[in-house]
Design a protein around this ligand. Structure first.
Ligand SMILES: C[S@@+](CC[C@H](N)C(=O)[O-])C[C@H]1O[C@@H](n2cnc3c(N)ncnc32)[C@H](O)[C@@H]1O
Length: 286
């Protein structure tokens, strides 16, 4: 019965009249984050995939599409750690789905190569210290032809507005030298710009963040900065769509080919990124 209902829904959703009506509605609400996310899901997601870090807003996917939820903690762990803060922000912690797989988005060590049809990660990548490794792993676990759908806060419209945007050079350095190279500076920046602390409080606050292993926004982008990263560092995926809307932007990548050994997290950075890295070291020593 459920199969029949899904097939009927899919049939209606593919009719030209339905699609035209949907386009009108989406255009009218294009700055609404949930409307645009769902529109992208309907355009690009099929089969069986994962959503990382759904928290209180699991993406609504088209009928027949299967999603497993991945997070760094079990649902109980997330409720304990984040529940009070979510409630204080007016969000409903009960909406957090059960975590199917506890894993780190940066490595996805519990997933094999080409295991899923798609990966969704809404507002997750900015929490990773090494987004290049993270992106490569999202693409690694996606089958060739499959989709990686990312949304990220648009720095112009969030509390990050006054922070410097993250360059590809910075990310290549974090990837090559390890995130420890810039962790302290990120913590200090957070204390200074986001918390607005005076100079004599910065070091002490950065120490606290280090003890807590704080995972707030390490990196800051607008859509153009992120597209620059995609152009500078080959990741194994082609850009199929990019949109900025409301407080966030979305990037849709299609996995182009099985990743080469140099595209894995543990391997060396790819040639172009390596050359970007060597240009950088020449520049900084001159
Ligand atoms: C800011 S919330 C995003 C919530 C929701 N997707 C949204 O768009 O509003 C970040 C989510 O990513 C998860 N997360 C952050 N870093 C992670 C990591 N390294 N591995 C797995 N999940 C992570 C957090 O636990 C949380 O569920």
């Amino acid at each position: 019965m459920a199969d029949y209902a899904n097939a009927a829904r899919r049939f209606v959703m593919a009719t030209p009249a339905y699609l035209r009506l949907r386009d009108v509605l989406v255009r009218a609400h294009r700055n609404n984050v949930h409307v645009t996310r769902e529109d992208l899901a309907r355009r690009y997601l099929t089969g069986s995939g994962i959503e990382i870090g759904a928290l209180t807003t699991p993406l609504r996917v088209p009928p027949g599409v299967r999603v497993r939820y991945v997070d760094r903690k079990s649902r109980a762990g997330l409720l304990e750690e984040e529940g009070p803060e979510l409630r204080a922000k007016g969000l409903n912690p009960d909406a957090i789905p059960e975590t199917d797989v506890v894993d780190d988005a940066g490595t996805l060590a519990n997933f094999g190569e080409s295991e899923v049809d798609f990966v969704v990660a809404n507002h997750v990548l900015e929490h990773l210290e090494d987004p290049i490794a993270g992106l490569r792993n999202l693409l690694r676990v996606t089958r060739p032809g499959g989709i990686v759908l990312l949304t990220l806060p648009d720095a112009r419209h969030t509390f990050d507005a006054r922070r410097q945007r993250t360059s590809p050079e910075h990310l290549v350095r974090d990837h090559q030298e390890g995130p420890e190279a810039s962790r302290r500076a990120h913590y200090e920046e957070w204390a200074r710009i986001i918390e607005g602390l005076p100079d004599d409080r910065i070091e002490e606050r950065a120490d606290e963040f280090a003890r807590e292993d704080a995972r707030h926004h390490f990196h800051v982008w607008e859509l153009d900065d992120f597209l620059e990263l995609l152009r500078a560092v080959p990741l194994g995926g082609e850009l199929v769509e990019a949109r900025a809307y409301g407080i966030e932007f979305a990037v849709v990548l299609r996995k182009t080919s099985p990743p080469s050994p140099s595209d894995s997290t543990t391997g060396q950075p790819c040639t172009r990124a390596a050359s970007l890295g060597s240009q950088l070291s020449k520049r900084s020593s001159s």
